[in-house]
Design a protein around this ligand. Sequence first.
Ligand SMILES: Cc1cc2nc3c(=O)[nH]c(=O)nc-3n(C[C@H](O)[C@H](O)[C@H](O)COP(=O)(O)O)c2cc1C
Length: 265
Amino acid sequence: MEDSLLKSLPWIPADDPAENYHAAAKLSPWVSESFSGPYAFELANDPEALAGFGVPSSIVDSAERHPLVPATEPTPVGTVLRDRHSATGFGPSQVDFGQLSRILLDTACTSPAGRRGAPSAGALYPLDVYLFVCGVRGLASGIYSLDPFAAELNRLRIGKDPRTFLSETLLFQDLAESSAFHVFFIASFARQRIKYGQRSYRFTLLEAGHLAQAMIMSAQESGIASCPVGGFIDQEVDDLLCLDGVEQSVVYSVAFGTARRRDAA
Ligand SMILES: Cc1cc2nc3c(=O)[nH]c(=O)nc-3n(C[C@H](O)[C@H](O)[C@H](O)COP(=O)(O)O)c2cc1C
């Protein structure tokens, strides 16, 4: 490598906390520690403990309470938010390519003004979007990457059947077997590391949440059901997409499909 290029790359020590944490938080078929914390089983079977979770510690006794008084009726965005819920499986119908396009254009692609539907620290956009398409009318089943500038999907020359791959890789089989398409968010950590150092790892994960939420909301508005999925075998995704799992790695995913009749809002 040329000297000038070496100088411009961030220096990453061998024992790097962000890289170590990323490795420690991966799921694998062999190591379950990162998936189930030591108290997971007890917790899942203790209704009293479960009821206590999800209660914010910011709720305090106060002599001065102010019930919220909205200035307006729910806005269109507010209605989408209030109706949002995660699907546990999907219906048999396909999603249209037009519906898929709407979601990607509104969230991950650049607008004519150069903006995107989710914010990025330093406008460095460390996340790339890959789609595993299984049931989209007007788009062949396959594995695609998104070009956010050209607003195009590029079909990758990967021989693996996307449905088979999802079934092997996701821990939640109803979602794997019935989704119309599944989005994986792939981080190129160095893109933000250059500017934000260790803090960039936090930013990259936060941005995956922003982008996923934007897609979930856009989908909900078009009547498409979704579920965020953190339960996947990291290395299988990384290997299939030829990522080294350190500089580039999968961080998050969302399954999309048509609503099952019993789940429809
Ligand atoms: C980071 C994250 C990871 C999640 N991973 C999974 C998952 O792997 N499988 C799944 O079925 N649901 C997953 N969920 C969905 C949650 O189970 C769901 O949001 C929660 O039960 C609350 O339900 P709601 O989204 O309908 O309000 C995940 C949610 C988040 C935020």
